[in-house]
Design a protein around this ligand. Structure first.
Ligand code: PEP
Length: 251
């Protein structure tokens, strides 16, 4: 099964509009050569219009870093799927470990975001991953199972085509520590088997599973050579146009 690779950049809480515009323009340039793979950027909400302007006519996908499930209403501080689409985004990251850890988001809330975003036609990048403590106490696969099942509760097989799962071990995010390719491959294969059991093997085989956690130009090629790694969700290195350009153009 050949899955089209996806390289996604999560800009987190970085980039004013001017900075975002300049970075997006360079990402657009780098993505031009990468015609056999998809590229996604997730700027902060405030920079999405500037990024959409800079990427007009480009194939680069624009995503929110989070999304609410409702179209509108009394949800102070939240952004709706309709608002994201209005700005030119077609996707949203949901369940990032920083949302889970710093802002206390649990699988229930994350599932509401996932189903809401899907309902309004967005593509969802659902992030899952274990903490160091969970890995060291042998709970990695159980945690992944809970987060994948919880995040995808009530998601139909049909909607699964608009889900991308990102496996991001929390201990590897922003720490410079990358999971070994074996650790990453094991987790990815496990997630794919889970999806296969819950839905069907054909759907699991089509699903893209990204690796995230200190992805850099120096490790992307080896990661992408793994059979179940279909792309990357990149944080720090996505803020540097040259590094992200090299990651997009992995070999
Ligand atoms: C992330 O934010 O999803 C991430 C993986 O960050 P970093 O690449 O900086 O570890």
């Amino acid at each position: 099964m050949v899955r089209r690779a996806l390289i996604a950049g999560n800009w987190k809480m970085h980039m004013t509009t001017g900075q975002a515009k300049a970075l997006a323009a360079r990402v657009g340039e780098a993505a031009k050569q990468a015609t056999d793979r998809d590229v996604l950027v997730a700027p902060p909400f405030t920079a999405i219009p500037a990024v959409a302007g800079a990427l007009a006519g480009s194939e680069v996908i624009i995503a929110g870093q989070n999304v609410c499930w409702e179209e509108q209403g009394a949800y102070t501080g939240e952004i709706s799927p309709v608002m994201l689409k209005d700005l030119g985004a077609t996707a949203a990251i949901v369940g990032h470990s920083e949302r889970r850890q710093i802002f206390g988001e649990n699988d229930d809330l994350i599932n509401r975001r996932v189903t809401g975003a899907l309902g309004f036609g967005l593509t969802v990048v659902l992030c899952v991953g274990e903490t160091l403590e969970e890995r060291e106490s042998g709970q990695t696969l159980a945690v992944l199972e809970t987060q994948v099942q919880g995040g995808l509760e009530q998601v139909s097989g049909e909607d699964l085509a608009r889900i991308v799962v990102a496996y991001e071990p929390v201990w590897a995010i922003g720490t410079g520590k990358t999971a070994t390719t074996e650790q990453a491959q094991e987790a990815h294969a496990f997630i794919r088997r889970l999806i296969g059991k819950r839905y069907e093997k054909g759907l699991a085989d089509q699903m893209r599973i990204l690796y995230g956690g200190s992805v850099k130009p120096a490790n992307i090629d080896e990661l992408m050579a793994q059979p179940d790694i279909d792309g990357a969700l990149v944080g720090g290195a996505a803020l540097d146009a040259e590094s992200f350009g090299r990651i997009i153009n992995f070999k």
